[in-house]
Structures are given as C-alpha cells and as structure tokens.
Design a protein. Structure first.
Length: 342
C-alpha cells in the first residue's frame, strides 16, 4: 500500500515527506534527472527578458512551467496573462491578442483591450501557438521585433513591454516545412527552447504524483482517502498516459470522489487504464482475419486520436475519412473519442 499518511504495516511503503522529490520544484513533484535539469535551465532563463518556446505533449505541464518562469522573473509583480490560440476562431484571435476599437467590425460596440495591453510589463503566455493563422503570425512577428502594434480598426500605434512565452504540442519545424507556420516567427519564438518529457518517459515520478494528487484532492473534496494499494498503483505504472499529468490527475479525482473505502483499490481504477492494451496495441495473436483487422484499425485510430487530442475534424482529415465515416468506425470499434480530449 502507498499511504498518504502513514505506513501501517511492514509491507506498506510510505510515499511522504521522505520521498525523493525536489523541495525547490514543488510544482513538478519530480525526482527525474531530465526534468530537474530542465527546471534548472528554466530558473537561469527566468531572470532574462528572452522569449521562451515550451514544447511537449498536451498535459505535460507547459503552463505550470510558464507560470514558474514568470514568478521567478523581474516581472513577477506584474500580470501573467494567458491565451489559448487554438480555442478561438480566426478573426477572434487577432482581436483577443491586439484588441479592437469601437466599430471595428459588426458587434464591436466598445473598445476592447487585447492581451498584449493587459500583459504590459508582465508576461504573455501563448498556448497552442501553432494554431495561429498566417495573418496573426505576421502581427506577432512585428510585436516581437518592434514591440508595437495597432488595435484592430485603430490607427494609433501602441508600444508594449511584454515577455512572451509560447507553447506548442506540435512540431513547429514540420509546420514551417509545410508552410503553415512562418519560419521567421519560429526563430523569434525559439530563442530559448525548453522541451517537457511525457509522463511515460518519467514513470518513476508516478508514485510521487499519485501521493500529491490524492492529498490535494482528498482535502479539496473532504474525503478521508489515505492512500492507494499496490495493485492499483501497478496499473498506473503500466499505463502509457497519453494525456500525461493532466490525465493522471483527472483519473485520481474520479477515483477519490467515487471510492467506497479510505484506500484506493484496483476496482476503483478506471477501465480505460486497466484495459488500455485493447485500444493502444494491435493484438497480432488474433487468428481470425476480421478480428485482426479490427485490432489494427483500433490501434491506428487511437494513435490518430492521441495526436489530435480527440478533435474529430482533424482526425478525419489525417486518416482520410469523412467525419460521418469516422464516427461510424469509432462506434463500430467501441472507441470513446472523448477520452482523448484531455
């Protein structure tokens, strides 16, 4: 049993104050040498005004690292402003970044300050920067070079002092090769690149993360959960965590809320974690052709869902199916695409 409070028997292993975590890096709860080196690099960079590009899969902690950079910078007393570029459609993103004047377009009934103005003298975190369209990319390039811009529909040139931290879970070099991302903007953003490893590459941190999240979630929800048993933890260690730390936290929150005991057990572990092999790996031992084909298709589509974080339109384009055909195939193979939206 891995306990959040105490070890009650000789067979129990306590993961608590004596755990090999770094006291200097509480946000990351890590004993992984690669992550520790990354955090040391980030701390050195924090004092400078340099633009930083954070890369890594969804859920690896890019925003956590961005906030850490801000807190340890000379701008710590000013605002930390974030914007997810993938969450807004074309046109709206430009207005959110640079603001707009009253009457700039239909519905612009008043002046709107953009994120650059709100982040003046502070830090602007641009998540999913690869989703920005070419027009926005060009305007971003100008701000990074000249520190000035105009609001949408405005003539006044505004100057700002903003430290930009960008993040992406796609390969921007590949996007540059495909001509969907400006090469000059890439180099402006990539002054200091920091890459966060996926959770499956630092599984030694999983027991520490599990303990941390159980403590926090139990306190938040008023639950008397004291730990997790070895069988349940073994499933966590075996699972590849495509949604990384965010998915791990979400799974534990579900377990804490639904648990019938003070100890999280194997029966509390979500089925998608216990039976992940059925979806993630094709079963080549199948003797029946139809079953073997289904196994391959399941693996193929799950990989695509993972790459595109469950966004059906992107998956359909990637695999060459219509949205209707893709939905039908997912239903036939019993794949829950919502699971990948983490």
């Amino acid at each position: 049993m891995y306990s959040c409070t105490s070890a009650n028997s000789g067979a129990a292993t306590r993961v608590g104050a004596s755990s090999p975590r770094s006291a200097d890096h509480p946000e990351f709860i890590t004993q992984n040498p690669q992550v520790r080196r990354l955090l040391a690099q980030a701390d050195r960079v924090a004092e400078s005004p340099a633009t930083v590009l954070l890369t890594g899969e969804s859920g690896t902690g890019k925003e956590v690292l961005a906030r850490r950079l801000h807190r340890r910078s000379p701008r710590r007393r000013a605002s930390f402003v974030r914007l997810n570029c993938a969450a807004l459609p074309e046109g709206v993103l430009e207005s959110e970044l640079f603001g707009h004047e009253k009457g700039a377009f239909t519905g612009a009934v008043r002046q709107h300050l953009g994120r650059f103005e709100l982040a003046d003298r502070g830090t602007l975190f641009l998540d999913e920067i690869g989703a920005a369209d070419m027009r926005v990319q060009l305007r971003l390039l100008r701000v990074l070079q000249e520190r000035e811009f105009e609001r949408v529909g405005g003539a006044e040139t505004l100057r700002v002092d903003v430290r930009v931290i960008a993040a992406t879970n796609v390969d921007l070099r590949e996007e540059v090769r495909k001509r969907t991302f400006r090469e000059d903007l890439f180099y402006r953003l990539n002054v200091v690149p920091l890459k966060l490893p996926p959770l499956r590459q630092r599984k030694g941190d999983i027991p520490l993360l599990v303990e941390h999240f159980i403590r926090r979630l139990a306190a938040q929800n008023g639950c008397k959960i004291r730990g997790i048993d070895a069988a349940a933890l073994n499933h966590f260690l075996a699972y590849p965590w495509p949604g990384n730390v965010r998915q791990l936290e979400n799974a534990l929150e579900r377990m804490v809320l639904l648990a019938n005991d003070s100890l999280l057990r194997e029966e509390d572990v979500p089925e998608e974690i216990i039976y992940w092999q059925d979806e993630e790996e094709p079963d080549l031992s199948q003797r029946d052709f139809k079953e073997a084909r289904n196994s391959f298709e399941r693996h193929f589509l799950c990989e695509a869902l993972h790459r595109h974080r469950g966004v059906i339109s992107q998956v359909a384009e990637d695999v060459g199916l219509s949205r209707k055909s893709l939905y039908a195939k997912l239903e036939h193979l019993d794949i829950d695409y919502q699971h990948y939206r983490t």
